[in-house]
Design a protein around this ligand. Structure first.
Ligand code: SAM
Length: 346
């Protein structure tokens, strides 16, 4: 029997502990950047292990901060590390790690906002595989800042739907932390108390796995909430094979009245004068019982509703631009901003 392949491990030369680094460089945590640092190496390693085998992979870490997770990633011997950190104060501490693994791992330190950074330019082209191949040797990891985590995952889901950004390289996997409630919503199956539009959006394009919780006590400073670690692997074929914006609109409106019969929310997809007729027609076409509540609708049933809505707007293109939320005389970006915030609501 062939001997099991032993994972390559990179040993770093002795470095000051993360606690010492924070003290030495006077890195007071900034609340406005959602800075809550993980100090406990055992927990940090557990997050990195949740990513699976990353040996020889390209790893992009979001918000490395003082570099606790970064060090753990380095131990697993990736070939390249792309670090995207908004706070410049961490550059010297990240350079310490980069210097320590010089000639072994190629490290790019990018100071910038993850929401504005195009990371594809740093990913080597040979990491690319086909969409239906097994996931590429490319992984996104991050103990995400709470302030951007929901907006970020929604943007990434849209990129996944278009196979753009890091997903132009194939079905790149993600291992990310979220506020525990958000993580639970992402993975929530039907009938679950946490089931909401974020659940349907995430599960439409990805296989979502809730891996484990981390108590807020493990962070410095301690946040008010606990944290959930989630892995996401893009599906070869999404559950709903329609454009992201269309799916987002339908799912958002149906969940807009979560405790009511789902057809009530579905009616708001249509202008008032045709609302009841059109929603009933859509539900009949999709073979969905109108008295079902939103959290009782499976992902496949959402697919049928979206397909029915798509058929209706093909026949009645004037209905497509109808937006129940658009306040009269207000620019549409106001509604868009509210949309990203509202993903955090149940
Ligand atoms: N990875 C470190 C750890 O686990 O201890 C720090 C995690 S801390 C929760 C979030 C990190 O993301 C901070 O270092 C913060 O400066 C950074 N950050 C906040 N907003 C960011 C943004 N928009 N783009 C990139 N990094 C951001």
């Amino acid at each position: 029997m062939a001997a099991a392949k032993k994972a390559l491990q990179i040993r770093l030369p002795p470095l000051p502990s993360i606690k010492d680094v924070i003290r030495l460089y006077k890195l007071r945590a900034l609340r406005e950047l959602s800075q809550n640092f993980l100090m406990e190496p055992r927990l940090i390693d557990k997050i990195v292990r949740a990513a699976g085998n990353i040996e020889n992979h390209v790893v992009c870490e979001v918000g490395p901060g003082p570099g606790g997770i970064t060090r753990s990633i380095v131990h697993q011997a990736p070939r390249k590390l792309i670090l995207i950190e908004k706070d410049r104060r961490f550059v010297p501490t990240l350079e310490l790690v980069a210097d320590a693994c010089r000639n072994k791992i190629d490290v790019d330190i990018i100071t910038g906002d993850i929401l504005k950074t195009d990371m594809t330019q740093y990913i080597p082209s040979d990491a690319k595989v086909g969409w239906t191949d097994p996931p590429p040797p490319l992984h996104l990891i991050g103990n995400l800042p709470f302030s951007v985590s929901t907006i970020l995952i929604i943007r990434w889901l849209e990129m996944i739907s278009k196979q753009q950004g890091p997903w132009a390289f194939g079905r790149a996997r993600m291992t990310l932390t979220f506020q525990k409630e958000v993580a639970e919503r992402m993975a929530a199956p039907i009938l679950n108390d946490q089931r909401c539009r974020l659940s349907v959006m995430c599960q439409t394009w990805c296989n979502v796995k809730y891996k484990f919780d981390i108590s807020g006590q493990a962070f410095v400073p301690k946040p008010d909430v606990d944290v959930g670690v989630v892995t996401l692997t893009p599906h070869k074929t999404p559950i709903i094979k329609l454009p992201f914006k269309l799916v987002e609109k339908v799912v958002r409106q149906i969940f807009s009245m979560r405790r009511k019969y789902s057809i009530r929310g579905a009616q708001t997809l249509f202008p008032e004068d045709v609302r009841e007729d059109m929603a009933l027609r859509m539900y009949n076409m999709a073979d969905i019982d109108p008295v079902t509540r939103p959290y009782q609708i499976t992902n496949m049933e959402f697919a049928r509703i979206c397909e029915a809505y798509n058929e209706i707007i093909k026949k009645h293109p004037e209905l497509e631009s109808y937006d129940y939320r658009a306040p009269k005389n207000k620019p549409s970006y106001v509604a868009e901003e509210k949309n990203e915030d509202a993903y955090n609501e149940l």
